[in-house]
Design a protein around this ligand. Structure first.
Ligand code: ZN
Length: 394
């Protein structure tokens, strides 16, 4: 294709809103606008990546599981838990981790239930502060209504844990937050709620709860909590399951090493994300360095205007010859200075650059430069195709 047909607009400077180098180079090389909209070149590249298919993922260091492939990037729109040791990877809301029963829960016997006054303690934070205890020594209550049948769903997780609504929904179906009158009707008091003494509620407990004795939980009375609530003695649940979200540093369920929580983008068939991941992993200080077959074009062809010889006409001939040989070409046929074209060639980053200049042409030669190499070489015009192919397929 011709450079002009794609209306390529390169930029000298990285855009101010670039939060990653890959994005900055995609804008500078004219694949994206600053507003993250694909240009003609960008659309051409997406179509090309789609044709090459998921093989392109081999050019990117991805992580994933048998359902999803991710690329870790700070600007990613999803959070994943990842084990760098055994490569376990899962969306954070579904990630499993090893729940260890540690002090103070490992040796303690159940103590008698005790109602205590806890004014203005309607959050786990304020309750733990007021009593001078750790958040893990409290039980956190979350209240929902099941969409399908209106059943009140009362969830108990430990105070130091975050509920994963995805894990809850996997157990009970779709839910929405419970309304005040629904909470009242089962006998719960928001801010001071517990599963002790509820009427007609589906109680769902995280599987750490039965293994965590003597938790402080709400007394279902404003301003009061219960000390030493014990699962099995004071209440029980219809469902006990893993309901909480993994956190950075939690223990990998497969190998026991710490998990990392990372931001990531999803790669499966998302070619915009694949383009960004390629740019993130394949660039140098001059521009993009996409490898074959991911590069939108195999070769960047340009001419340097001559004084006596018609370098443009010769470049046109070479353009046709390369295309006929199955080498895709971005033909920069503009009347720009050589330096401008060299810069653009580096920015856009086709695997090879072919330069048709007067000096070489006199000897039947053109200049061939690999994007990743510093030096260029002079090659005979009738040997270009055989010189380029090994570079692409190496
Ligand atoms: Zn692991």
């Amino acid at each position: 294709m011709k450079y002009r047909d794609l209306q390529i607009q390169t930029q000298r400077e990285a855009p101010n809103n670039a939060r990653t180098e890959g994005f900055a180079f995609l804008v500078r090389a004219g694949f994206l606008t600053r507003e993250n909209v694909l240009t003609k070149l960008g659309e051409h590249t997406i179509n090309h990546l789609r044709e090459v298919g998921n093989e392109t993922l081999q050019a990117i260091p991805t992580i994933g599981n048998d359902r999803e492939t991710f690329f870790a990037i700070p600007t990613g729109d999803i959070e994943i838990a990842h084990c760098s040791n055994c490569k376990y990877t899962e969306r954070i809301e579904l990630a499993r981790f090893m729940k260890l029963v540690e002090a103070p829960f490992d040796t303690v016997a159940p103590l008698p239930l005790e109602k205590i006054e806890t004014p203005n303690c309607n959050t786990i934070e304020s309750l733990a502060n007021f009593l001078g205890i750790q958040k893990e020594q409290t039980a956190k209550a979350l209240m929902y209504t099941r969409i399908s049948d209106g059943k009140f769903v009362f969830v108990v997780v430990r105070g130091d844990m975050q509920l994963s609504e995805a894990k809850l929904k996997a157990q009970v179906g779709d839910v929405r937050a419970a309304r005040a009158e629904e909470t009242e009707s089962v006998g719960a008091v928001a801010g001071y709620a517990s599963a002790v003494g509820l009427m007609d509620a589906l109680i769902v407990a995280d599987d750490l709860i039965p293994r965590s004795p003597n938790l402080v939980a709400g007394a279902n009375e404003a301003g009061f909590h219960l000390k030493n609530t014990n699962y099995g003695r004071d209440y029980s649940a219809e469902i006990v399951a893993d309901l909480v979200q993994a956190q950075d540093g939690d223990t990998c369920v497969s190998c026991g090493k710490p998990l990392s929580v990372l931001r990531a983008i999803q790669m499966n068939d998302n070619f915009e994300n694949i383009l960004l991941a390629l740019a993130e992993t394949h660039h140098d200080d001059k521009g993009l360095t996409f490898p074959h077959p991911t590069a939108p074009f195999d070769a960047y062809l340009m001419h340097i205007a001559g004084k006596e010889l018609d370098t443009l006409a010769k470049a046109r001939e070479i353009y046709n010859e390369l295309q006929d040989a199955g080498i895709s070409v971005l033909f920069d046929d503009r009347d720009e200075r050589a330096g401008v074209k060299f810069n653009d060639a580096d920015l856009i980053g086709c695997p090879v650059r072919v330069t048709v200049g007067e000096k070489g042409l006199r000897e039947g030669m053109v200049e061939l430069k690999e994007r990743k190499e510093k030096e260029n070489q002079l090659v005979k015009i009738d040997e270009i195709v055989e010189k380029i192919k090994p570079i692409l397929y190496s």
